[in-house]
Design a protein. Sequence first.
Length: 307
Amino acid sequence: MNPHTESIDQARHAAPCIAKEPLKPSRIYRGLARLGFTAFLFVSAPALAQVLGTASDFAVLGATPNVTNTGPTIVSGNVGVYPAASITGFPPGSIVAGTGFLHLADAVAQQAQADNLTAFGTLTAGVGAALGPALDDVSRCGSIGCTPLVPGIYDVTGGADLTGTLTLSGGGTYIFRTNSLTTASGPGASVVVMNSGSPCDVWWTSAASVSIGTGSVMAGNILAHTSITIGTGASLAGRALAYTGTVTMASNSITACSGGTAPYAVAGPVAIPPTSTAIPTLSEWAVIMLAALLAITGFVVMRRQAT
């Protein structure tokens, strides 16, 4: 027989044997483990980088009994309420085109409130530096001049009160934690962020209510456990997120900021169309745990196969 023909014939007989060779279970489990680990890394990234979760898409978020507005308020970002289903005053209030929608007790607002509560817990954990209730520069330092506050976590004694200008200097995270927050009415109450700082570097958490006075110029993301009132003509570069109460607006300018310093950096709002029904979904951490369980299962079975 021709050697060339013989080699071809041997290859034809060998091919079925190769095709019928079963895939070893260890290969399957090894692939499963790799897939689980990859999924774990993939889903972990946004959870660590986005403290607000889906609440970052909202410029205004209230709970109950409603979210209200009077006058030509302009909002950049979504406006929502949950569990109540009432938003009044739009129009004359309006949302900048392409930045958001109204969300009345839908799945989007429901998830945002859940993420809002999680963020509140994250921001209020631990112990910060003590700071007196009067936050403006003159009250803190007198009329001879004042050194601006630098990035840090500040636990404000009692209720925070801002009657003048609060100057924050430098890039980094500023977290002000207080029982309540009030700014004076009339021009004068303002938060100024300078030297590479960003409005999204500033965070305000209140165990009770927040009242932003008429004409105040505020910066930062405000998370209040109860309600937030924004006085006539006041502006906010940040967010107004109330967990159990209402958000009240009156001829305001509210712009959901983006940026800031990791791990508290915040993405800009995404205009999400409203949904009709609140649908239960897995949280980011539930997905992470599921991916981790998948990876661990694959690893354990792979080890057993090896032995």
